[in-house]
Design a protein around this ligand. Sequence first.
Ligand code: SAH
Length: 242
Amino acid sequence: MKISTMAVIMAMTDEAKPFIEALELKKLACGLGDALPMEVYTGSVEGANLIVVVGGKDQRFGVDNVATQPATLSAYLAIEQFKPDLLINAGTAGGFKAKGAEIGDVYIGSGAIRFHDRRIPIPGFDGYGVGSYKTPDVDKVAEVLGLKKGVVSTGNSLDMTPEDQRMIEANQGAVKEMEAAAIAWVAELYDIPLVALKAITDLVDTDTPTQDEFMQNLKFASERLQKKLTDAVHCFAGEGIA
Ligand code: SAH
């Protein structure tokens, strides 16, 4: 499928900054709407329109709008306003040493995107809670760009409770983050392919506290993300997606 408009959804300013600068994207004054904190940047790549939506800051807490609610809203409004034919959720994530992850690795979501903290043990609702949203076939782009592949698992917490860990294992999750499945739900409603691209800031199955490791590696991982995301948008603009 040839791509004419790509919308990249990113939660944090620090994650997005290297990419916005590298592609010299221009900020749209109106954002996604007057009442909303999201920032919108636009540009073009090989003839395709490129939109980047960044979550912006919470008006009371002053921190980045991470996690599922802003991600859902960003995805919905980006789709309605810009009619993208491809969505990309780019950001940082926790990885698993036991699965061979290293800080700075960039993963592309492959197989499915799932929730690990929506536990609803009632027939039907259990599957709904996990979501298991399909990803497009990313084998080729993963190979060309040198990306690791894995199931992305989403929850609303940075830490990992024993229950979360059990669910991530059951989900075969390789990448733990806080937005992808929320966006995947919207993408599925609109039948738009979603590619998740996540750079590893921290290894959740080691003794280092996640928040310390995250802050320490955020800049490095965001630079790595920028490089792979730039390659990916060029690849999608030129060759489209299967
Ligand atoms: N302490 C950070 C909090 C950011 S929340 C701060 O002060 O800014 C973490 C963000 O990075 C989320 O957008 C999430 O998608 C991603 N992330 C990175 N590592 C993660 C992990 N181990 N678990 C969950 N989300 C993670």
